[in-house]
Design a protein around this ligand. Structure first.
Ligand SMILES: *[C@@H]1O[C@H](CO)[C@@H](O)[C@H](O)[C@H]1NC(C)=O
Ligand SMILES: *[C@@H]1O[C@H](CO)[C@@H](O)[C@H](O)[C@H]1NC(C)=O
Length: 299
């Protein structure tokens, strides 16, 4: 009788401790509706450490953080290695608003995609440095030209024809198509310094160049996995087996975070599990079955 009741206690304890053994994947494979794959991760220890500083799944929203603010990630093109973000402070055809600008951190593993076009709006013709002479080759008239892209004048016209912007009746000369390559070593578009009150960014005309209502507003950034830009094969194996790539330890060594919460150094396919402290799913299954059988047979 004594043996049976201690058995009961043992079974009870085992059952209540089971859920803690079955932990869930700490690195999620999606955030909101966006799939999250290498080099991105949803939190600390997930993805690639170089990217983790900047990209996080924060309250089920994938977010890029830079020294100028937090920006929702709207899409990731994994095949072409492009990440699309939106800036809630930027102006679009339907809404103009003041902005401080946008900047990337100097050490961020991103750069502007060539498709990204920045248009500075409502710049001060008298004081904005974009209209000043560069000071170099003063004999050459071309150096007196503003830093704005002359080929971008049609873009300015279309944008200034948007109702929200046309209501301000700004002269077209206060608009400047500012290509990302001009952002300089600071990767910074500081609108206060440039004396412009807002900006608009888009990465596609969406097939309708003359219809700024339909342009794709936002910022496209490209990224590289590493200097050789190859996808680590252990990570590819990990993702193929349902895991999420992560890192741990002092040397940020690779870990594969499997769906049941187990971390391996390879992938989530049996028998490569190497965390002996955890129960494998099939072992756990057998374990639970025998436990239930035991309980069933108890008086
Ligand atoms: C597995 O790795 C992830 C990412 O590094 C970490 O957050 C988690 O705590 C690890 N889980 C275990 C059980 O070690
Ligand atoms: C520079 O401008 C002056 C007048 O503004 C003009 O006479 C001259 O030809 C120009 N030089 C060049 C190289 O365009």
């Amino acid at each position: 009788m004594k043996i049976t009741s201690s058995f009961h206690v043992l079974c009870f304890l085992t059952i209540i401790s089971l859920p803690s053994l079955i932990s869930s994947q700490s690195c999620q494979r999606s955030c909101d509706k966006l799939p999250v794959k290498y080099p991105f991760g949803t939190g600390s220890g997930c993805g690639d450490p170089r990217f983790q500083k900047y990209i996080n799944c924060d309250q089920q929203k994938l977010t890029l953080t830079t020294h100028t603010g937090c920006y929702p990630v709207t899409n990731i093109d994994y095949a072409n290695q492009v990440i699309y973000i939106s800036d809630p402070s930027m102006s679009t055809c339907s809404c103009t608003q003041p902005s401080k600008g946008f900047g990337l951190d100097w050490d961020a593993p991103f750069s502007f995609h060539d498709d990204t076009v920045f248009t500075l709006l409502d710049c001060s013709i008298s004081s904005s440095p974009i209209y000043q002479s560069t000071g170099i080759n003063t004999g050459d008239n071309s150096s007196l030209a503003p830093m704005c892209d002359k080929e971008g004048i049609p873009i300015c016209s279309f944008l200034y024809s948007c109702r929200a912007i046309s209501m301000l009746s700004l002269p077209i000369s206060t608009c400047c198509v500012y290509t990302p390559v001009d952002l300089g070593p600071a990767f910074e578009m500081d609108l206060r310094k440039l004396q412009c009150s807002s900006y608009s960014g888009f990465y596609s005309f969406n097939g309708q160049e003359s219809n700024p209502d339909n342009w794709k507003y936002g910022i496209a950034l490209k990224y590289k996995f590493n200097v050789y830009n190859d996808y680590p094969s252990n990570c590819a194996d990990c993702e193929r087996s349902g895991g999420a790539c992560g890192y741990s330890g002092n040397y940020n060594s690779f870990v594969c975070n499997c769906p049941n919460g187990i971390n391996t150094t390879s992938d989530c396919v049996f028998p490569s599990y190497n965390n002996a402290l955890r129960f494998l799913p099939w072992q756990r299954g057998i374990w639970v079955t025998s436990l239930l059988a035991l309980l069933w047979n108890l008086p």
